[in-house]
Write a protein that binds this ligand. Structure first.
Ligand SMILES: [Zn+2]
Length: 240
């Protein structure tokens, strides 16, 4: 899956429509909360939106992907954009405090700054309290994008300070494609994508010995049914 506006629009059309409208009307929120299951494009779309905000040569509010700002965002080197990921199992208070101290300086190059917090539900209680304070007093030109797969684990007070944008689940076809990218066979991917819409669960199932065996039997049964249907019952008796 690519990262252009058009490619991500195919994945999350409503999300991109909302974001484009906020850019068009110059009503970009100070804090967004992107929520949805794994693999639905939350992180890719955060960076696309970052580029749209910082691009020096946007086309109809879409980033050019070529100017120095776009390229530095792609390589993770833009001084005014910060990404926070869990350090180990959690996001710690020190990480949020570091962010705050960075943000009290004005933008290094422009007068705006953006921070992205991935897996924001993994904040410790004290980290969450620090972030909450930060969200309550947004500086001019400060933007936040918080990402979560588990919105139910977030404090209501954090949710209420953000514009919540829900990402739709992957279609079975999109999930199957992702599973193939993760090394599964096309047959397994196609079957699993119809059993679950979670990438993690599908990968977990694919490693299950029982699942591998069941798939083999189903394929064999299908062959028996299409070539020698009169033997199908016998086959089932033998194998199950
Ligand atoms: Zn650009």
């Amino acid at each position: 899956m690519g990262n252009t506006w058009e490619q991500l629009e195919a994945l999350q059309p409503n999300v991109l429509k909302i974001l484009q409208n906020s850019l068009l009307k110059e009503r970009v929120a100070h804090a967004y909360l992107f929520e949805g299951s794994k693999g639905t494009g939350k992180k890719q779309i955060s960076f696309l939106f970052a580029k749209a905000l910082f691009c020096q040569n946007p086309d109809n509010h879409r980033p050019c992907h070529e100017c120095s700002n776009c390229r530095r965002i792609d390589s993770g080197n833009h001084p005014d954009i910060h990404l926070i990921e869990p350090a180990g199992l959690s996001i710690k208070k020190e990480q949020i405090q570091f962010l705050q101290s960075e943000f009290t300086k004005t933008g290094v190059e422009s007068n705006k700054k953006l921070y992205i917090v991935n897996h924001v539900d993994k904040m410790t209680v004290s980290a969450a309290n620090s972030l909450l304070k930060f969200l309550e007093e947004p500086g001019n030109g400060t933007y936040a994008i918080l990402l979560t797969e588990n919105i139910q684990r977030l404090l209501d007070t954090i949710i209420s300070r953000c514009q919540v944008i829900s990402f739709r689940s992957l279609t079975p076809e999109q999930l199957a494609e992702k599973l193939v990218e993760n090394g599964l066979s096309a047959v397994d991917a196609s079957i699993l994508s119809n059993l679950t819409n979670s990438i993690d669960e599908a990968i977990e199932l694919s490693k299950d010995e029982w699942f591998g065996l069941a798939i083999k039997l189903v394929i064999q049964l299908y062959e028996v049914l299409t070539t020698r249907p009169q033997q199908a019952l016998l086959f089932i008796h033998e194998k199950w």
